[in-house]
Design a protein. Structure first.
Lengths: 648, 202
């Protein structure tokens, strides 16, 4: 496969989708020189401490690699081994790894030194299995069974068919076959290029190259419906020209070119790289090593899969389970994302299970973890902040809600009260409406009659109009009271002066009091009595109390109908407004609870009015009480209503 | 029919309503009296003059229905019209069963009230007329001698002169004389009117 060039040098190209490349066989028939270290070392370092916790690990594995430890292929294979052992044994195993590095240090002398070193190093040590990577390692394991323990199972991998045939491993040695699938590669190509019209297969002039061509011809015969052309016997330049002369409807499959027609030597991967770079058609290969060198892809064996398959074999043997002498290594389609892009091939057309290599992901894909972590941190911070804000809002909302509930409750109780009172309300409104209607009709008839014979009694007409206006005012007052009773939400409070409110209300009610032939005397406090109240509601209370007082005195002779309105500042700072009448005083049953709706000796008005008054007083943080200045109910000493309001 | 003008008695605790209704009735040509409560109205003797009562149902103290009941207890009650701020069916039915002329909801349509008052006054006049007629019949019956009354009763029962004569044991000719006197005293023109008068006098 490779001659004259050591493949330990090519470090994998830097790239986000780094993958192992470069096998390092020094001999042509050596297919895979596997050896890996890093992952194994990591596995040991991880596994050992864990195992120690429960004493010595129950399983010990010796891994012998033909090549050196930093070869990417070895590292990949090691990861495959570790993955399987981890899965199968948990932490309960130990790995020992040795690297012959036979390509850089060939020769029997080095072989002997290495073997002697192993013998000394592992004298007395027991292993559950030995894993041999590459032909040299297999040859060593087969030849030193006594050293490593005659009964210790040996599992090899990465050994080509020719080496395998030459070595002919004795019984007790198991392995993983290295198989390469040309039909699988072609199937992948057909999937990616459904419109392809032909297949061109290149192979070199070397012995192994020719054997590859033979295998390809045999395995592709009858497999495909489009013509297959086998090109061989050319120089590298010739191969490159052929490839350049193709178009993108062709499928180019590169087998191996160890040596061209001019005798120039190549590694298959290098040759593939040269040709793929010139090719106008998508190129495919049969080796894992080709991927990343310009070919689109191929059905290949992954070194990691080889390591995994070897470990599976070893586990079976360790557990005494039946294991095939030669287990197949799964091959799978692998594709170079960059080459895919170069030829504009659809990613969506890839068969399921295809590995996409060298994927240069968009920012999101490449930094997904970082983005997610950063996003998570930012989100967590935001959530915390939002949580705090929300908490604060909730607290405020709860406070608001409580206040609003209080208002709602007040409203509900008012509405409930209203339902109870609506009948009385209707009656209150019906009284003035009845009077207005009758007055209007009477006035109209007077005027109509006046148009006839006798002159219109203008004084009578004027009286009618005055009464209509007055009744209308009464109705409006009731509506205001009604609206205030039903009004939902906050009442507007403003700084007011109690004496001014009294004066305003007296002015408004003068005509009503005149009609009722009721005199009003005031005993107002000197100076101002500031309160915080709703002007309309306060007037409403006073008006109601005055009308109530006037009603109470309706049966008295006119000269004795006197309402006394007094204001004062109490010692505790509260303001008092009292309305006293000279009527019969509160009847006993009314005195008990004058505010109960309909708790009245009258059928209309009174009970309702006082209910409203009390509601208003409470809304102002104040009180409304009734007193009997006389000796008791019904003694004729009159009644006094006292509205008390807190200082603003 | 009496020559006296009918009077509408208005009972309502609301002075402005009373004033307005009084004005309305005056414009319609009705005399009226106002009362602030049922008690105030009942405190007075029943008005001699024809008329009716317009009463608010929801009065303080004795309400409209109570007023109606008490009036009915006095015998010759004037017709009652109810006004109410809340027209509920049960109260209305009770009022109407008690003989109310009408049951009107405030604010009452002036036309409806005037109409109801007209009906009430007509009913009152009717009642007075029949009361007068009954009194007249009673007065005239008082003029009859016992024998004449006996004859009258039997005549009204539908007996023939011959049968009456046989029953009372007097001559048929004498029956005829009694019968003529009864007719004259009761101012009846024939048997049919005689029967009608007697049935009205119950």
């Amino acid at each position: 496969m490779v001659s004259g060039r050591r493949l330990d040098s090519p470090a994998p190209r830097p790239g986000p989708g780094r993958r192992p490349r470069g096998i390092a066989p020094t001999r042509r028939r050596l297919l895979l020189g596997l050896g890996g270290l890093a992952a194994v070392a990591a596995a040991v370092s991880v596994a050992a401490p864990r195992a120690r916790a429960s004493g010595a690990p129950s399983r010990r594995f010796l891994l012998i690699y033909s090549a050196h430890s930093t070869l990417a292929a070895n590292m990949e294979a090691s990861r495959g081994v570790a993955a399987v052992l981890d899965r199968g044994l948990g932490a309960d195993y130990e790995i020992y790894a040795e690297y012959r590095d036979d390509q850089r240090f060939p020769g029997a002398g080095a072989d002997g030194a290495f073997a002697g070193e192993l013998a000394r190093k592992y004298r007395g040590e027991r292993f559950d299995a030995v894993l041999a990577f590459g032909a040299w390692a297999l040859r060593y394991a087969a030849g030193n069974r006594d050293t490593i323990g005659p009964a210790t199972p040996v599992v090899f991998g990465g050994v080509g068919p020719e080496d395998l045939a030459a070595l002919d491993p004795p019984p007790g040695i198991h392995g993983v076959a290295a198989e390469y699938s040309v039909p699988g590669t072609l199937a992948l190509a057909r999937a990616l290029q459904p419109g392809a019209d032909r297949v061109v297969v290149l192979s070199g002039s070397g012995e192994f190259d020719r054997s590859w061509e033979g295998r390809a011809r045999a395995s592709l015969a009858g497999v495909t419906d489009i013509p297959v052309t086998y090109v061989s016997g050319l120089t590298m330049e010739g191969f490159a020209e052929v490839a350049a002369g193709l178009d993108d409807r062709a499928i180019l499959i590169i087998l191996t070119i160890y040596r061209d027609a001019a005798g120039a030597r190549f590694t298959p991967a290098n040759a593939a790289e040269i040709i793929a770079a010139r090719s106008a058609a998508p190129a495919y290969g049969v080796y894992d090593t080709y991927i990343g060198r310009g070919v689109v892809g191929g059905e290949v064996q992954r070194f990691r899969d080889v390591g995994a398959a070897m470990a599976e074999q070893a586990l079976r043997l360790v557990r005494g389970e039946p294991a095939p002498r030669l287990a197949p290594t799964p091959s799978r389609p692998v594709v170079d994302w960059r080459a895919l892009r170069r030829f504009g091939l659809a990613e969506a057309a890839l068969p399921p299970g295809t590995m996409l290599e060298f994927y240069d992901p968009p920012f999101w894909d490449r930094y997904r973890t970082q983005v997610l972590v950063a996003g998570a941190i930012i989100l967590a911070q935001s959530l915390t902040i939002a949580g705090l804000v929300l908490q604060d809002r909730r607290r405020r909302a709860a406070e608001r809600e409580t206040a609003s509930h209080r208002a709602e409750l007040a409203h509900m109780s008012r509405v409930a009260q209203l339902g109870e009172l609506s009948g009385a309300m209707a009656h209150e409104l019906n009284q003035p409406l009845t009077a207005i209607l009758a007055n209007a009709e009477a006035g109209a008839q007077l005027v109509a009659r006046g148009a006839g014979e006798s002159p219109v009694d203008l004084a009578e007409i004027a009286e009618i109009f005055a009464d209509i206006a007055e009744d209308d005012r009464r109705a409006a007052e009731m509506i205001v009271a009604l609206r205030q009773l039903m009004a939902k939400g906050e009442t507007e409070f403003e700084p007011l002066e109690l004496n001014t409110v009294v004066a305003d209300t007296l002015r408004l009610s003068r005509s009503e009091l005149l009609v009722r032939e009721v005199a009003v005397e005031t005993m107002l406090a000197r100076g101002e009595l500031p309160v915080r109240a709703n002007r309309i509601q306060l007037r409403q209370v006073l008006l109601n109390l005055m009308l109530n007082a006037a009603d109470a005195m309706a049966d008295l002779p006119a000269p004795r109908r006197v309402i006394t309105i007094a204001t004062r500042a109490r010692a505790d700072g509260w303001r008092e407004l009292s309305v006293r009448d000279r009527g019969p005083g509160l009847a006993a049953e009314v005195a008990a609870d004058p505010f109960r709706p309909f708790a009245t000796t009258k059928t209309h008005g009174l009970g309702l009015g006082l209910s409203i008054c009390q509601t208003i007083a409470e809304a102002h943080g104040g009180t409304l009480r009734f007193e009997d200045p006389g000796a008791g109910g019904g003694t004729g000493g009159g009644a006094r209503a006292v509205l008390a309001l807190p200082a603003p | 029919m009496s020559a006296e003008a009918p009077v509408v008695h208005l009972v309502d605790d609301d002075p402005s309503v009373l004033r307005a209704l009084r004005r309305l009735l005056a414009a319609a040509g009705h005399a009226s009296e106002t009362y602030r409560s049922a008690e105030e109205f009942l405190a007075r003797p029943l008005p001699e003059a024809p008329g009716c009562v317009v009463v608010d149902l929801g009065l303080p103290g004795a309400d409209g229905l109570e007023l109606q009941d008490r009036l009915a207890g006095r015998g010759t009650a004037p017709p009652v019209i109810f006004l109410t701020g809340r027209g509920d069916l049960a109260t209305g039915v009770r009022a109407m069963k008690g003989g109310a002329v009408d049951f009107l909801t405030k604010p009452v349509e002036p036309g409806a009230l005037i109409g109801a008052i007209a009906v009430a006054l007509a009913r009152d006049a009717d009642a007075r007329r029949s009361r007068d007629a009954e009194a007249d019949v009673a007065r005239r019956l008082a003029l009859l001698t016992p024998r004449e009354r006996e004859v009258l009763d039997l005549v009204v029962e539908g007996r023939l002169n011959k049968q009456i004569a046989a029953e009372l044991g007097i001559a048929e000719k004498t029956i005829k004389v009694h019968r003529a006197r009864v007719m004259r005293k009761l101012d009846a023109r024939g048997l049919a009117e005689l029967v009608r008068l007697m049935m009205g006098a119950g």
